[in-house]
Design a protein around this ligand. Structure first.
Ligand SMILES: N[C@@H](CCC(=O)N[C@@H](CS)C(=O)NCC(=O)O)C(=O)O
Length: 181
């Protein structure tokens, strides 16, 4: 648990899928934190955000005892290391399994997101159709990996929730929206 000498703050925005990843990880680990909503993320970023994440100027940012950590999956790796005794470990301890989890989380960020963006932001019907085609191909690859790694169990690594589930879990609402589109 984050005690008085272990102060955690999370800068976020309410609909942010990347923020949700960090909220999920904090919750699975049972870590308490102060949540600070970035009220006008797109038009008027707070001083705290600009100071804490001067490179990307994006949320989430975790601030641990005054020190900022940026980028959702890097924050989760940080939580694993800085709070190793808190709650269940999200990354497997075995080095190869750990690397496989990182590989698929990075695949989600690099491939799934870029194809979704094509659907949401494509300017022509052709661009949107190409985005849909790529999204379905990427999802099929992910499905294959999920069924191979989970061995029919509910989570990516089997019985317990982990790093890849958290990487995808932030997007559940988006996936429903994409299905409608
Ligand atoms: N790669 C980043 C992406 C973060 C991101 O895109 N955050 C969005 C909100 S969910 C944001 O801050 N957008 C503000 C902007 O683009 O100016 C991560 O994983 O944390």
């Amino acid at each position: 648990m984050a005690g008085q000498n272990n102060q955690l703050k999370l800068l976020g925005s309410f609909a942010g899928p990347f923020v949700l990843r960090v909220k999920l990880a904090l919750s699975f680990k049972g870590l308490s934190y102060e949540y600070i909503e970035e009220k006008d993320l797109l038009n008027n970023k707070s001083e705290l955000l600009l100071k804490s994440n001067p490179v990307h100027k994006k949320v989430p940012v975790l601030i641990h005892n005054g020190k900022p950590v940026c980028e959702s999956m890097i924050i989760i790796q940080y939580l694993e290391e800085a709070f190793a005794d808190a709650g269940p470990s999200l990354l497997p301890s075995e080095p190869h399994e750990r690397t496989v989890a990182r590989f698929w989380a990075s695949y989600i960020d690099e491939k799934l997101l870029s194809s979704w963006m094509m659907v949401f932001r494509g300017k022509t019907d052709e661009q949107k159709a190409e985005g849909t085609r790529q999204s379905l191909a990427v999802a099929a690859t992910l499905e294959g990996a999920l069924s191979e790694c989970s061995k029919g169990k509910p989570f990516f690594r089997g019985d317990s929730v982990g790093y890849v589930d958290v990487a995808l879990g932030g997007f559940v609402a988006w996936i429903h929206a994409l299905e409608k589109l």
